[in-house]
Design a binder for this molecule. Structure first.
Ligand SMILES: Nc1ncnc2c1ncn2[C@@H]1O[C@H](COP(=O)(O)OP(=O)(O)OP(=O)(O)O)[C@@H](O)[C@H]1O
Length: 253
């Protein structure tokens, strides 16, 4: 399997006057293979969101490198970054705030297609197609973010991510704000999309049970560092770190 994304010694240090520098992400290296689903778990404050922002180029690392299909994208900006977002998309925790409240979901989903110069009719067709793929009636395109439920809005956010036919989907706590039944439905949808489109996934989550359902491999994060890695079963059945044991107990007991 080819390597699609590679992080080498990624580090992010936050500095604030009057307090010690904080290493939110500390020397993280890993490889994501094409078609693989990699889970990243850790307690609150372990650096998951900061890592997600580094991987999606929403923030610059203090040091380290990030490569997409072997190409250095560590400091990518402008057109290069737009091109990268054609291959890499993200889904975040709070779907409602990820859409502009003054614009319909269809407008939001079609935005990246408009930016790529796609014609209006083609955009409409593609928006309807991805809404259906995400399990929503195409008529949802005319609704505003506040006119749909949290689960429906997350489906729309997934539709938006799919619109450009990315190769990698990075989900940062994408189901955490939803209740358990809806969470399960979204997980099933992601599973289906993975199988149908051969996407590579990075699934960032504090819940090891969800990671077990969905991921091929998992990295355990603690204080910004990877303290363990393996298949979800390996990690859950024989955790090597006290921290991981506690993380497991918090979900399974
Ligand atoms: N912009 C920032 N400035 C300063 N410190 C920050 C900033 N963003 C995050 N941090 C700190 O970095 C550490 C990691 O935060 P991060 O949000 O990445 O953790 P997390 O694992 O995603 O937590 P949660 O699950 O609660 O969202 C925390 O100690 C946090 O306070």
């Amino acid at each position: 399997m080819s390597i699609i994304l590679e992080a080498e010694h990624l580090t992010k240090i936050f500095r604030k006057k009057g307090s010690a520098p904080l290493k939110a992400v500390d020397d993280i290296s890993f490889q994501l293979k094409a078609g693989e689903t990699l889970g990243i778990v850790g307690e609150s404050g372990s650096g998951k969101s900061t890592l997600a922002k580094l991987l999606t180029r929403l923030t610059d690392p203090t040091s380290g490198t990030l490569k997409y299909e072997g190409k250095d994208i560590t400091m990518l900006k402008g057109n290069g970054l737009r091109e990268l977002y054609g291959n890499m998309q993200m889904v975040f925790q709070d779907p409602v705030s990820s859409f502009d409240p003054r614009r319909t979901l269809g407008d939001g989903i079609g935005e990246s297609l408009r930016n790529r110069g796609m014609k209006k009719e083609e955009i409409q067709k593609r928006v309807e197609e991805v809404l259906e793929q995400a399990g929503l009636d195409p008529r949802f395109a005319a609704r505003y973010p506040h006119e749909v439920s949290g689960g429906q809005c997350q489906r729309a956010a997934i539709a938006r991510a799919l619109a450009v036919e990315p190769k990698i989907l990075i989900c940062d706590e994408a189901t955490s704000a939803l209740d358990v039944t809806i969470q399960k439905q979204i997980m099933e949808l992601l599973q289906e999309l993975k199988e149908q489109h051969g996407l590579s996934f990075i699934f960032i989550c504090h819940n090891l049970a969800l990671v077990q359902m969905f991921c091929d491999r998992v990295l355990v994060l603690y204080e910004g560092r990877i303290v363990e890695s393996g298949t979800p079963d390996e990690i859950i059945q024989s955790p090597g770190e006290v921290y991981t044991k506690k993380l497991i107990e918090s979900v399974f007991e």
